[in-house]
Design a protein around this ligand. Structure first.
Ligand code: ADP
Ligand code: ADP
Length: 229
C-alpha cells in the first residue's frame, strides 16, 4: 500500500472531531475515489497524506514508512505526495503561470534548466502550453485547475491527491480533468480524488471509499460499493 492510515482520529483545535478511526488504503498505481457529503471529513483526511495535519491518534504510512513530523522529513513526504486543493486560488499566487508552476521544483533546489524543462513538460501535459506569461487570475476555473495540477506534476510526485477536482467545472471541463488523471495514472501515478460526482466514479476508480461524519461507512470496488447497475 502506498498510502495506509491506521485508525486515525483527528480533532481540530476547537474540538470538532473530523475523523474517527479512519482506515484508508491506496494501492500503488491505482485510482482511489473518496465520496461523501460536505463536512464529512474528506479534506481533513487528505491533509494527513502529506503531513499538513498530524493525527490526534493513529498512524499514517506513506510508501511503507510512518510519516515523521519533523520539518526535514516532511519535505520528503511532500515530494512523494502532491495535493491539489479544491479552490485553485488557494494554490496559485505567482504573477504568471510559468512562475507558479516553477515554484515547487525551484524549492527542490533543481537547476534552472531542469526547472524550465519540468515547467514546459507539465504545462504540455495539462494542455496549457502557450499560457506561460498569463497571470493565473485571468484564467477560467478549468484552466486554473489545470495549472494547479501542472504545479504539482512539476514536483514529480508518486502520488497525486485531488480534492474535488471537477467541482465548479462544466461537463466538458470536468471530463478534460478526468481524462488527464486517467492518462497520468496509465503512466504509473497513484491518484486519490474526492468527489460528489457519484455517476462518474465507477467509470474510472479502482476502489471507492464512502465517508460520512468522519467515519468510513463503505469501501470496495465500484461494483461492491454501488452494485452492478
Ligand atoms: P469535507 O472536505 O468532506 O467537506 P472537511 O474535512 O472540510 O469535510 O470537514 C470535516 C469537519 O471538520 C466538518 O465538520 C468541518 O466543519 C470541520 N472543520 C474543517 N476545518 C476545520 C477547522 N479549520 N476548524 C474546525 N473545524 C473544521
Ligand atoms: P471543504 O469542504 O473542501 O473542506 P470548506 O468550505 O468546508 O471546504 O472549508 C473551507 C475552509 O474553511 C478550510 O480551510 C477549512 O479548514 C475551513 N473550515 C471549515 N469548517 C470550519 C469550521 N467549522 N471552523 C473553522 N474552519 C473551518
Amino acid at each position: 500500500m502506498i498510502i495506509e492510515t491506521d485508525k486515525i482520529v483527528y480533532e481540530y483545535p476547537d474540538g470538532t472531531k473530523a475523523l474517527e478511526n479512519v482506515n484508508f488504503h491506496a494501492e500503488e498505481g491505482k485510482i482511489v475515489a473518496l465520496l461523501g457529503p460536505n463536512g464529512a471529513g474528506k479534506s481533513t483526511l487528505f491533509l494527513h497524506f502529506n503531513g499538513i495535519l498530524e493525527p490526534t491518534s493513529g498512524t499514517v504510512k506513506i510508501d511503507g514508512e510512518p510519516v515523521n513530523y519533523k520539518k526535514k522529513d516532511l519535505m520528503k513526504v511532500r515530494q512523494k505526495v502532491g495535493i491539489v486543493f479544491q479552490n485553485p486560488d488557494d494554490q496559485l499566487f505567482a504573477p504568471t503561470v510559468m512562475e507558479d508552476v516553477a515554484f515547487g521544483p525551484m524549492n527542490l533546489g533543481l537547476s534552472k534548466e531542469e526547472v524550465d524543462l519540468r515547467v514546459k513538460e507539465s504545462l504540455e501535459k495539462v494542455g496549457m502550453a502557450g499560457f506561460e506569461k498569463k497571470p493565473p487570475h485571468h484564467l477560467s476555473g478549468g484552466q486554473k485547475k489545470r495549472v494547479a495540477i501542472a504545479g504539482i506534476l512539476a514536483m514529480n510526485p508518486k502520488i497525486m491527491v485531488l480534492d474535488e477536482p471537477t467541482s465548479g467545472l462544466d461537463p466538458k471541463g470536468a471530463s478534460h480533468i478526468l481524462q488527464l488523471l486517467y492518462q497520468l495514472n496509465k503512466e504509473g501515478m497513484t491518484i486519490v480524488i474526492s468527489t460528489h460526482d457519484v455517476d462518474l466514479v465507477p467509470l474510472y476508480a479502482d476502489s471507492v471509499y464512502i465517508i460520512s461524519k468522519g467515519k468510513i461507512i463503505k469501501e470496495g470496488s465500484p461494483q461492491e460499493v454501488f452494485g452492478d447497475v
